[in-house]
Design a protein around this ligand. Structure first.
Ligand SMILES: Cc1cc2nc3c(=O)[nH]c(=O)nc-3n(C[C@H](O)[C@H](O)[C@H](O)COP(=O)(O)O)c2cc1C
Length: 181
């Protein structure tokens, strides 16, 4: 069993990292983490290669996602302007190949069925509805089932770091265990 964690934070020891650290021990099997700020990830440029041919014209670290060799995928990101961080949104744009395969070529890519999870850290107290929505869309495209309880949010990190948010840490730990069942 393999889990892919998409880490959307630029901060190596920040709030998202604390949630990921809590998640990891519960996860059985192999864990691979894609740091979107350190990876080579270019946004989709709508070159339309994928409308005519399988795959993507850009060869970069999206190949980790396209490989589809994982059974669980977790999107972990800080909330930026209510949404996910820019490199995660860039990654999301590259999921366009799934849309093109189905709608332009009539050759849908059937992703491996998997479980999904979401970890979000936000400095404010507002409900990060857009971050939740976009995460859900990304996971659906990747073939991942996302249950309501599998979204963990640590809010108010401006005053309480996620690493000190015991409720969120416990929820992240429990998420790891649930995903391993
Ligand atoms: C450019 C930028 C935009 C942000 N926008 C929001 C926001 O819309 N809502 C929110 O709650 N926090 C917002 N924050 C705060 C971060 O989400 C918060 O500090 C988070 O805990 C950082 O996580 P990290 O340490 O994993 O990077 C923003 C931070 C930055 C740098």
């Amino acid at each position: 069993m393999k889990t892919l964690i998409i880490n959307g934070s630029p901060r190596q020891n920040g709030d998202t990292a604390a949630l990921i650290k809590a998640l990891r021990p519960g996860l059985m099997g192999e864990i691979s983490e894609l740091s979107t700020y350190r990876a080579r990830l270019t946004p989709c440029v709508d070159c339309r290669f994928c409308r005519a041919s399988p795959g993507c014209a850009i060869d970069d670290d999206m190949r980790t996602i396209y490989a589809d060799d994982y059974d669980r995928v977790v999107i972990a990101s800080p909330v930026y302007y209510g949404s996910l961080t820019p490199p995660v949104i860039a990654l999301a744009s590259r999921l366009q190949i799934y849309h093109s395969a189905k709608h332009f070529r009539g050759e849908p890519i059937i992703p491996r069925p998997k479980r999904g999870g979401v970890l979000l850290a936000g400095g404010g107290k507002g409900n990060p509805a857009e971050a939740r929505r976009l995460s859900r869309v990304m996971l659906r495209i990747l073939g991942a089932e996302l249950r309501e309880e599998d979204v963990v949010v640590s809010l108010n990190t401006d005053t309480l770091a996620a690493g000190d948010d015991t409720d969120a840490l416990e929820a992240a730990r429990a998420l790891g265990e649930r995903l391993s069942m």
